[in-house]
Design a protein around this ligand. Structure first.
Ligand SMILES: [Zn+2]
Length: 305
């Protein structure tokens, strides 16, 4: 059993955690991504933080591997080709190999939604389940499917693009080119747009949540419609895959008290009763720790495989 380091590489922040053999986060670091400074700068600053985390361990002991969740499509076959879509200045980069060479450590790399899903599946809301779907709702919407204990990638690596399932064929045009995607109802910018079209006020998703809890009917309607759309997506996924555990994470899911009750209600209207009766929709149990614990777990699995 070994220590490992989990890294959540975000568009604006990089969060790192030193994880014990007992899967506890012993120490944390958090730095700005500053992607404009370029790949080498990002790697050097990650290396500095990894060294700082290793310094927390007893003399002579270091983390044996590093896992990274990255905000963009990852070629899981080569494991090292990456387009970091939210990181300007970094694209089509052999990131895993470059980081592994700099650290002289094995590095595991995957898409951030998949990494967070592993965290929830092994240590959070999906513990003790055989299969689980994780949906992350923030600036965009992503998902990861764990089927009988293993992540699903699909034939060309696009499994889990559930944010772009159509939930309303008459809905808004989405930036992906389709129409009425789940993302156009539930992502933070979508909540702001829907609230602005009803009231004229342009405010953040957090502020809409605050107003909804204070009784603002337009704000409540925005979350109700978002939850309704989420329920339609969950119903379709549950009917297709017969997976019964859904975990909802991401910044918008912090308003789970507003989002999840209408989702649980609506999924009943779009699936067999026998299916919907068994579906459980949970809020993330780990929050921002999910990608760190998932990445560290992935790193440890890499070590032992
Ligand atoms: Zn779309």
């Amino acid at each position: 059993m070994t220590y490992s380091i989990g890294i959540d590489l975000g568009g604006s922040k990089i969060a790192l955690g030193l994880v014990s053999p007992q899967d506890e986060i012993l120490a944390r670091r958090r730095i700005d991504t500053d992607a404009d400074a370029g790949l080498q700068s990002v790697i050097e600053r990650i290396a500095r933080e990894v060294a700082a985390l290793n310094a927390e361990l007893p003399a002579g002991v270091t983390a044996a591997a590093v896992g990274v969740g990255a905000p963009g499509p990852v070629d899981h076959i080569s494991g090292d080709l990456l387009t970091l879509v939210n990181l300007p200045g970094i694209s089509n980069t052999p990131f895993r190999r470059a980081l592994s060479e700099r650290l002289s450590l094995p590095v595991a790399l995957d898409h951030d939604a998949k990494v967070a899903a592993l965290g929830e599946f092994h240590f959070g809301a999906g513990q003790d389940r055989n299969s689980m779907i994780y949906i992350v709702i923030g600036t965009g919407v992503g998902a990861a499917i764990i089927y009988e204990g293993a992540l699903l990638y699909g034939e060309s690596n696009s499994a889990g693009e559930s944010g772009h399932m159509t939930v309303d064929p008459n809905g808004h045009r989405c930036h992906c080119g389709s129409r009425g995607c789940l993302e156009t109802y539930t992502a933070g910018p979508a909540l702001s747009r829907h609230y602005a079209s009803a009231t004229g006020d342009v405010i953040s998703g957090d502020e809409i949540a605050r107003r909804a809890r204070a009784g603002d009917e337009s704000a409540r309607r925005v979350f109700h419609d978002a939850g309704n759309a989420l329920g339609i997506a969950i119903a379709s996924l549950a009917m297709t895959l017969n997976i019964e555990t859904f975990v909802i994470g991401g910044s918008v899911a912090q308003a789970g008290d507003l989002l999840l009750p209408p989702a649980r209600e609506s999924l009943k209207g779009y699936s067999f009763k026998a299916v919907s009766a068994r579906v459980k929709v949970f809020a993330s149990a780990l929050g921002e720790d999910a990608p760190i614990l998932g990445a560290a777990h992935m790193a440890r699995t890499l070590r032992t495989s």
